[in-house]
Write a protein that binds this ligand. Structure first.
Ligand SMILES: C[S@@+](CC[C@H](N)C(=O)[O-])C[C@H]1O[C@@H](n2cnc3c(N)ncnc32)[C@H](O)[C@@H]1O
Length: 292
């Protein structure tokens, strides 16, 4: 059985893939057919490869290898993932028990619900991604076995439809504080896609006391060679890698009170222990803001 058949198997307990070579078709919850093209590198599967996962294909690995020619490539991916886990735990410790994880990625332990439920056992989570492979894995491994957890197909470029999604609304109560995670996803949106609007629509629809956490690759301090290496790695991928300045990334937090220590390198955000000895080649910054 080809490796790609597993995705469909895991999701539905039976083989539902098409027999077009190199392609797998996964039905979503409305039984629409969404295609996984294993010949086009996907940000989700490239990241899975960075993290040492097995749910990636040759095209993803080839793209990832370009980025991994930079020093500390894998470490940076893990630093980002650990930022996500610390952000979730911070929110749960501060009484938040509802999470919307936008740009979920292929499941990687600990996942958002595991991190949240280690502190708030009844935490509710909606996973959102626009990659069919992520959805298949998330349904199979996360959502179907847990009350109060759902995985939905959604694209952050259409934030209003996401907020109106019936499944999301069944899990998340917008009258109580929510944490919305945009971790390592907004740099896959061009300025034309308007990531500022995507965050603002969520900010305007969540109540006071809610939080938004964001991480993003930053151009400040990155050499032109480093930026072009990353841009080339994603040049033929489903979405490009877009660097933004620190000031632009800060703008994403408009209307929110920054949680200390503010917008910093992801490895420094509320981290304990030793700091890395050398500054990384690539700025990967993150922070969280509270809606007043
Ligand atoms: C680098 S992974 C990040 C995974 C996880 N958030 C983390 O930081 O560990 C980026 C994810 O964002 C998803 N993504 C990219 N563009 C998106 C969009 N427009 N809407 C929703 N998800 C998107 C990709 O499919 C991928 O799963």
């Amino acid at each position: 059985m080809p490796a790609d058949v597993r995705i469909a198997d895991w999701a539905h307990g039976q083989t539902v893939c098409s027999h077009v070579p190199g392609r797998v078709i996964v039905p979503d919850r409305f039984e629409l057919l969404r295609e996984i093209d294993v010949t086009i590198p996907s940000p989700a599967r490239i990241y899975d490869y960075f993290l040492g996962g097995k749910d990636n294909f040759q095209a993803d690995r080839d793209a990832a290898q370009k980025a991994l020619s930079l020093p500390d490539g894998r470490k940076l991916a893990w630093a980002n993932r650990k930022f996500l886990v610390r952000a979730v735990r911070y929110m749960a410790k501060n009484g938040i028990d509802q999470f919307i994880d936008i740009g979920t990625g292929i499941p990687t332990s600990p996942n958002v619900h595991e991190a949240a439920r280690s502190i708030a056992p009844k935490a509710r989570v909606v996973y959102v991604d626009n990659d069919a492979a992520v959805l298949a894995h998330a349904r199979a491994l996360l959502a179907n076995h847990n009350d109060g957890i759902e995985a939905i197909y959604g694209d952050i470029r259409y934030p209003s439809s996401l907020i109106e999604d019936r499944t999301l609304r069944n899990v998340i109560d917008f009258r109580r504080p929510v944490c919305v995670l945009f971790v390592a996803v907004l740099h896959f949106l061009t300025n034309g896609d308007d990531p500022y609007n995507s965050v603002a629509v969520f900010r305007d629809n969540i109540p006071s006391g809610s939080h938004i956490a964001i991480s993003h690759i930053a151009s400040d301090g990155a050499s032109p060679a480093v930026m072009s290496t990353i841009q080339e790695a994603y040049a033929h991928a489903k979405a490009p890698a877009i660097f933004r300045t620190r000031a632009e990334i800060k703008t994403l937090f408009t209307g929110l009170e920054m949680v200390k220590p503010g917008l910093v390198q992801v490895s420094d955000w509320r981290a304990s222990g030793r700091k890395p000895a050398n500054a990384p080649a690539l700025g990967f910054i993150g922070g969280a803001g509270r809606k007043p």
